[in-house]
Design a protein around this ligand. Structure first.
Ligand SMILES: Nc1ncnc2c1ncn2[C@@H]1O[C@H](COP(=O)(O)OP(=O)(O)OP(=O)(O)O)[C@@H](O)[C@H]1O
Ligand SMILES: [Mg+2]
Length: 224
């Protein structure tokens, strides 16, 4: 899925006590379908903000955003919800697994939202469990897993509905280097096999080396 930003500016509105914060300043960006793009920038530079705009979690203050044929910045909430369910997988720094659901149920969650038939759910989740290397952990709960395993489950949940766009916000930020490598290898394998567009935000040079292209973000601007 091609991702385009057309003159996007983003400002977090202030309140009586706080000043407004301008994070993106007239950003224009075109990421071709199937690219593994790495977003690099210092803490506070706006990486998460940009991912949230691309993932249609937040709307830009000004400018337009396109995912494939859709101009997401002009869609209503219902259309955005549908688009997110079908087209986007999101991996977070802090995994965000649902603690009361086991591994199988966590991975299956996006399929239940997309109303995939029960028989297909079983098959797809088993396939994902093998891809993430955790086929024997299906009935374990998140608190019974290591951080690296939790992140692999979170990646499983993000790919189970086969989204054409995968967003990852510092997915190795809370892992040691060995588990970080395992997670990066997994993302790379997913990219090689399924060819989704990936946008991965990171501080890490090692993570950045896995991408096809690096997008630097600083002072509200992006450069390649
Ligand atoms: N809801 C908000 N309201 C006001 N300011 C915000 C809000 N969210 C983020 N910011 C500010 O916007 C700027 C960019 O934040 P963002 O989280 O996008 O940075 P980041 O590059 O992801 O940083 P990190 O590497 O630490 O995760 C920061 O100055 C932050 O304080
Ligand atoms: Mg961030």
């Amino acid at each position: 899925m091609r991702v385009r930003l057309d003159h996007v500016t983003h400002v977090y509105a202030g309140s009586d006590e706080s000043a407004s914060v301008q994070v993106l300043d007239d950003v224009t960006l075109d990421i071709a379908s199937g690219t593994f793009a790495v977003l690099m920038g210092a803490s506070g530079s706006g990486k998460s903000t940009l991912l949230n705009l691309v993932g249609a979690v937040d709307r830009p203050t000004r400018g337009r955003i396109f995912l494939g044929e859709h101009e997401t910045s002009s869609l209503d909430e219902q259309a955005l919800t549908m688009l997110r369910r079908v087209s986007i997988g999101y991996v977070f720094q802090f995994f965000n697994l649902i603690p009361t659901l086991n591994v199988f149920e966590n991975i299956a969650f996006p399929l239940s939202l997309a109303r995939v038939p029960r028989g297909d759910v079983e098959k797809r989740v088993q396939e994902v469990l093998h891809r993430i290397g955790l086929p024997e952990r299906a009935s374990h709960f998140p608190n019974e897993l290591s951080g690296g395993e939790m992140q692999r489950v979170a990646i499983g949940r993000a790919i189970v509905h086969r989204p054409p766009l995968l967003l990852a916000d510092e997915p190795t930020g809370n892992l040691d280097s060995r588990n970080g490598e395992i997670v990066l290898d997994l993302l790379k394998t997913i990219h090689d096999q399924d060819r989704p567009t990936i946008v991965l935000a990171t501080h890490s040079e090692r993570a950045a080396a896995r991408g096809d292209t690096i997008i630097h973000i600083a002072d509200g601007r992006v450069s390649r």
